[in-house]
Design a protein around this ligand. Structure first.
Ligand code: HEM
Ligand code: CU
Length: 561
């Protein structure tokens, strides 16, 4: 079977692409096309990544000197709070689902759009309102509670705009819930004929599991924030011990959401990495079924480990033991995933394209973050490293080394599909490698100084830690350059980049069976799926770098209907 990738099996160059389907501002701001909404989200989360990044830059600048030169104590508190709130709720939680999830879900399952296109648009508006509230909060002077809003400090003593910040997160939470419901219904009801559950790409499975966690966990956060606002505004005795309240209750409620939220941030990244590793090893993901159970296992067990954030807050030895044990248990499915990616590489035909470099970087950094998590999950070690930079390093390895690397991997992999242009190859690989080194340079010293006793959330510190802070800040400058670089070359590629074929990577998956960029309705004819996911056959396929006509996966999924 010979098929040119210039004329994809299921989509037409005859139709205008979604990008040409209306040019007015209105055609974007009122669009219900999942692909345009994905781009709207892409705009907002990029903005917030740079707002959060600016705060990080200022922090790293401040920490070069042990004396706390540029900021007051209060100013530094506001700075790291802003950084945490923006990065967690306005960048990482929405990042992959609202952009790549929105763009790819319908394409990957062979649908024309989401189940609820208008709800999808509404989610973006809600998210924007939340974002505007956060910016208002920042302009007015910010908050000093840390992104965790711990009581009784936040309810009774904090100065700054706690209510406004909590309101912003509350509103953004509703946006996330709406997106989650949309994903669940879409995956249940809109799969193309033949797209059985056990044929879904793992990216779709991770979006599904993430959506379940979002829908179950986020309401708890909403209620917790409402209680906090009620106590701060009206003095209701909920968390204030002087009135019979319980401040530790806040921590339980908060982490009952926020630990699962870690999986909201990392599961979609797992999905991305599975797609990239399969494509650039030209192999079916090793243990596809085990991967699905691991994804679901993480989503379920993730709800039972929140107490590991509270080992020093006062809990019974039995409770601490159980939370510690369960935290080790939840590491098992993550380890399964890492092993399976590694086995996929083994005997694979590996191509070091830019997205693959991001994926390999992810595997290394995520594993480091995960292994350091076992340290913090073990009671005696955690008592030593709690509230230190060890913890800061741990969660940045997961959230930044992991989730943010996956975001950039996804961006480079699907860029041709989204924009119809290829990114310049050399620059893309260079940025991926720079990011990996910049990241380690920034965050590895934090493990060391944390272990030696450097507290987090302080801008004045003992002089012996300066060398680590200077190393970390130097690395942060490299990292910042690596994050800024794609803005330039991707922007460049929009105008001067080589035009992308329908399937430039020779990947399986329905999204590659339509033109790049796809038409408004995604497919010319309804896809019929006959193969399992990741049906790669390197033995019968020309190498990836030969002439485009030769780059063809044998019998790709869903083709030839
Ligand atoms: C890009 C480079 C980044 C740098 C240089 C950086 C740096 C920092 C620093 C210095 C702190 C304060 C540590 C402390 O005193 O406790 C911090 C905290 C934090 N960062 Fe980052 N960060 C970066 C990216 C990110 C990203 C992408 C996220 C997304 C999740 C993130 C999430 C957080 C969180 C949640 C905190 C804790 C805030 C708190 O203590 O309330 N960071 N970061
Ligand atoms: Cu946790």
């Amino acid at each position: 079977m010979t098929r040119s990738l210039q004329t994809p099996a299921l989509g037409g160059h005859e139709l205008p692409s979604y990008l040409e389907d209306g040019h007015s501002l209105r055609s974007w701001l009122l669009s219900t096309d999942h692909k345009r909404i994905a781009l709207l989200y892409f705009g907002s989360i990029t903005l917030f990544f740079f707002v959060g990044g600016a705060a990080a830059t200022l922090m790293r600048l401040e920490l070069i000197s042990p004396s706390g030169r540029f900021f007051s104590n209060d100013g530094y508190n506001r700075l790291f709070t802003l950084h945490g709130v923006v990065m967690v709720w306005f960048f990482l939680v929405p990042s992959i689902p609202t952009t790549f999830g929105n763009f790819l879900l319908p394409l990957m399952i062979g649908a024309k759009d989401m189940a609820f296109p208008r709800l999808n648009l509404f989610s973006w508006y809600l998210n924007t309102v939340g974002g505007l509230l956060v910016i208002a909060c920042l302009v007015l002077g910010g908050v000093d509670t840390g992104w965790t809003f711990y009581t009784p400090f936040s309810s009774l003593f904090a100065n700054g705009y706690v209510i406004l910040a909590a309101m912003a997160v509350f509103v953004a939470g509703f946006s996330t819930i709406a997106t989650g419901i949309n994903f669940i219904v879409t995956i249940h009801t809109l799969r193309a004929p033949g797209m059985r559950w056990m044929r879904l790409p793992l990216f779709v499975w991770t979006q599904y599991a993430t959506a379940l966690v979002i829908v179950l966990a986020t309401p708890v956060l909403a209620i917790t924030l409402l209680l906090l606002m009620a106590e701060r505004l009206f003095g209701l005795p909920i968390f204030d011990p002087a009135q019979g309240g319980d401040p530790v209750l806040f921590q339980h409620l908060f982490w009952f959401y926020s630990h699962p939220a870690v999986y909201i941030m990392i599961l979609p990244a797992f999905g991305v990495i599975s797609e990239l590793v399969a494509c650039f090893s030209r192999r079916r993901v090793f243990g596809y079924t085990a991967m699905i159970y691991a994804i679901l296992g993480i989503a379920v067990i993730g709800f039972f480990v929140w107490g590991h954030h509270m080992f020093v807050a006062g809990m019974s030895p039995l409770a601490a033991l159980v939370f510690s044990f369960l935290s080790f248990v939840v590491a098992v499915p993550s380890a399964i995933k890492v092993f399976n990616w590694t086995f996929t590489l083994y005997r694979g035909q590996i191509y070091f394209e830019a997205p693959m470099i991001y994926a390999l970087g992810f595997i290394g950094l995520f594993t480091t973050g995960g292994l350091s998590g076992l340290f913090t999950a073990s009671l005696p070690v955690d008592v030593h490293v709690t509230d230190s930079y060890f913890v800061v390093a741990h969660f940045h390895y997961i959230m930044v080394g992991g989730a943010v690397s996956a975001f950039f991997g996804a961006l480079h992999f699907w860029w041709p599909k989204i924009t119809g242009r290829m990114a310049p190859d050399g620059w893309a690989r260079f940025a991926a490698i720079l990011m990996y080194f910049g990241f380690n340079f920034t965050f590895f010293p934090q493990f060391l100084m944390g272990y030696l006793g450097m507290n987090r959330r302080y801008h004045q510190y003992a002089p012996e830690f300066q060398i680590y802070h200077v190393a970390s800040s130097t690395g942060a400058a490299v990292l910042a350059a690596a994050y800024a670089l794609p803005m330039f070359y991707l922007g460049w590629s929009l105008i001067w980049g080589r035009r992308a074929e329908a399937n430039p990577w020779g990947a399986t998956g329905l999204e590659w069976q339509t033109s790049s960029p796809p038409p408004r309705e995604n497919f010319l004819k309804t896809p019929q799926v006959r193969e399992q996911a990741y049906d790669y056959h390197p033995e019968t396929e020309a190498p990836l770098h030969e002439a485009p006509e030769g780059r063809r996966p044998h019998n790709p999924q869903g083709a030839g209907a």
